[in-house]
Design a protein around this ligand. Structure first.
Ligand SMILES: CC(=O)N[C@H]1[C@@H](OP(=O)(O)OP(=O)(O)OC[C@H]2O[C@@H](n3ccc(=O)[nH]c3=O)[C@H](O)[C@@H]2O)O[C@H](CO)[C@@H](O)[C@@H]1O
Ligand SMILES: C=C(OP(=O)(O)O)C(=O)O
Length: 440
C-alpha cells in the first residue's frame, strides 16, 4: 500500500540529523567488490533503496553480502560469483542506474553480462551511449535486446585510448571498473572528477589497481591481472548534507548535520553564504542556519565538479523563492531538471522557465528545445498543497517547501525519496516538523 505524508508547515526545523555514506559512492563500491579475489569491507553504509537494489543484484550473481544496518558495516564476498538468470536480473529493471556499472566486472568474472533497463531519476533522456562506446573500445560486443543489453568479451578486454564528449560521472566509473583488470593501459580524457570518483579510485587502489589522475581531467589506468579486496569508510553524502542545509535556510531553522564534511561542499557553501545562510564546522559534522537577514537573490549555474552540483539545485531553488529579488538558475548538466518547479508554482512561488542559456556558460542545451533556465522572483508566500514526488531531489525540495509553507500538504510517491535519503521521515519528525504518515 502506498504511503501518504501529511505535513503541517510553518515550523522551523531545529535539531540534529545523521548523514552516512554517499548514495553516489556506496553502490559503486559494492560493484567494485566484484572485481576482487578476496572479500571486502565497506563502512558508513546508509539504509537506502539503491544499496538494497545493488545488494540483491550482487546476491543473484553469487556475491555473499552481509550488512548491519545500525553500524553501517557491510562485507562482500565475491569468491563464488556466477552468471545470473536474465529473468532474475530483469526483476530490477527500472529501479536504479547502477546496473550499467556491472558490465566490466561481470565480463572480467564471467565473460558476459546482462544489464536490465535502467532506472534512476527521470530528469532528461539519460542515454548510455558513452558507456556503450567505451565498452566497445575495450573490445566488448554489445547486443541490445528488448529487455536490456547483453554484453560479452569473447576475446577479453584490452586497455584503450578514450575521450568522453562530456565529463560523465557514470561513464568515467564505467571506464575505471573495466580498465583496472583490462590488459594494458587505458587513458581517459575529459573524465569526471567528482569526489565520489576519487573515493572509488581510492578503493580500487587499495585493491591493487594502478590509477593516475592528471590535472587536466585525464585518468590513466595500468591494467593488472588480479585485485584483492578493500576495507573502506565511504565519504559522507554531500548531496544529503546540502539538502538539510537548504531545509534549515528555507524554514529559518538550525540543523546540525552529524557526519557531514566541509571539503566536498566548497561550491555549495559559497552560494549558501551569499544567499544568507550561515554554517560552522567541527570534527563531527556541520551546523547550518538562517543568518537572520532577508535572503539575497543570485545567479547560479550548475556544473560538473568542482562547480555547483546539479543535485543541489532543487533544494536551493526553494531557498531562492524566499530571496528578496530576482534569481537566475541555469542547469547545464541535465536538459530537463526543472519539472519539479510546477509544484512550487502551485504552492505560490514565482518561477519562469526559459529555453535560452541564462548564464555566462553557454551549455549543450542552449540551441535546443529544453526549458533549462529558471527565473525566480521572491519572496513568495508558500501555501501547502497536494504533491506527487517526481524524482529524488525534486521530491526532497517539495518536502522542504511544504515544511516552510503555511497550511497542509499531502505528499504521495515518497518511496522515491528513500532512494537517497535514509530514515528521512524520522529525521524530519526529529527536527520538530508536524507530520503524519498514513496508508492509501
Ligand atoms: C548514481 C549517481 O552517481 N548519479 C549521479 C551521476 O549520474 P550519472 O552518472 O547518470 O550522470 P552523468 O554524469 O553520466 O550525466 C551527465 C550528463 O551526461 C549525459 N550522458 C551521460 C552518459 C551517457 O552515456 N550519455 C550522456 O549523454 C547525461 O544525459 C547528462 O546530461 O552524476 C550526476 C551528475 O553529477 C548526478 O546528478 C547523479 O546524482
Ligand atoms: C539524479 C540522481 O540520482 P540517480 O543518478 O541515481 O538517478 C540524484 O541523486 O539526484
Amino acid at each position: 500500500m502506498a504511503k501518504l505524508l501529511t505535513i503541517q508547515g510553518g515550523k522551523p526545523l531545529q535539531g540534529e540529523v545523521h548523514v552516512r555514506g554517499a548514495k553516489n559512492l556506496v553502490p559503486k563500491s559494492m560493484v567494485a567488490s566484484l572485481l576482487g579475489s578476496e572479500p571486502s569491507e565497506l563502512r558508513n553504509v546508509p539504509e537506502i533503496k539503491d544499496v538494497e537494489i545493488v545488494t540483491n543484484l550482487l546476491t543473484i550473481h553469487g556475491v555473499k553480502v552481509d550488512r548491519d544496518a545500525t553500524s553501517g558495516v557491510m562485507t562482500l564476498d565475491p569468491r563464488e560469483t556466477y552468471s545470473a538468470e536474465h529473468s532474475e536480473i530483469d526483476a530490477y529493471a527500472g529501479d536504479s542506474r547502477i546496473p550499467i556499472l556491472f558490465c566490466g566486472p561481470l565480463m572480467h568474472k564471467n565473460g558476459e553480462a546482462f544489464i536490465p533497463d535502467l532506472g534512476g531519476c527521470r530528469i532528461g533522456d539519460r542515454p548510455i551511449n558513452y558507456h556503450l562506446e567505451v565498452l566497445r573500445n575495450f573490445g566488448a560486443v554489445v547486443d541490445k535486446r528488448a529487455t536490456g543489453i547483453h554484453i560479452s568479451a569473447p576475446r577479453g578486454l584490452r586497455g584503450a585510448k578514450l575521450e568522453l564528449p562530456f565529463p560523465s560521472v557514470g561513464a568515467t566509473e564505467q571506464v575505471l571498473l573495466t580498465a583496472v583488470l583490462a590488459e594494458g593501459i587505458t587513458e581517459l580524457k575529459n573524465s569526471a572528477v567528482e569526489p565520489e570518483i576519487h573515493d572509488l579510485i581510492a578503493i580500487l587502489q587499495q585493491m591493487g589497481a594502478i590509477i593516475t589522475v592528471y590535472t587536466d581531467r585525464t585518468i590513466r589506468i595500468e591494467g593488472v591481472s588480479r585485485l584483492s579486496g578493500f576495507r573502506h569508510r565511504a565519504i559522507p553524502d554531500r548531496n544529503e548534507t546540502a539538502s538539510w542545509a537548504s531545509a534549515a535556510l528555507v524554514t529559518e531553522g538550525d540543523i546540525y548535520v552529524r557526519g557531514a564534511a566541509q571539503r566536498d561542499l566548497t561550491a555549495f557553501l559559497n552560494i549558501y553564504r551569499k544567499i544568507g545562510g550561515e554554517f560552522e564546522v567541527d570534527d563531527e559534522g556541520m551546523r547550518f542556519w538562517h543568518a537572520g537577514e532577508p535572503l539575497k537573490p543570485l545567479v547560479l549555474e550548475t556544473d560538473v565538479h568542482p562547480g555547483f552540483m546539479t543535485d543541489w539545485q532543487q533544494p536551493m531553488v526553494v531557498a531562492l523563492t524566499q530571496a528578496h529579488g530576482v534569481s537566475i538558475v541555469h542547469e547545464t548538466v541535465y536538459e530537463n531538471r526543472f519539472g519539479f518547479t510546477q509544484a512550487l508554482t502551485r504552492m505560490g512561488a514565482s518561477i519562469q522557465l526559459h529555453r535560452e542559456c541564462l548564464g555566462s556558460n553557454p551549455c549543450r542545451f542552449g540551441q535546443r528545445n529544453f526549458l533549462h533556465s529558471a527565473v525566480i522572483s521572491g519572496p513568495s508566500k508558500l501555501t501547502g498543497t497536494d504533491v506527487d514526488v517526481p524524482d529524488l531531489r525534486g521530491g526532497f525540495s517539495h518536502l522542504i517547501a511544504a515544511l516552510a509553507a503555511s497550511g497542509t500538504s499531502n505528499v504521495t510517491g515518497i518511496e522515491i525519496i528513500s532512494r537517497g535519503y535514509e530514515y528521512f521521515i524520522d529525521k524530519i519528525a526529529g527536527l520538530g516538523a508536524d507530520i503524519s504518515i498514513s496508508e492509501r
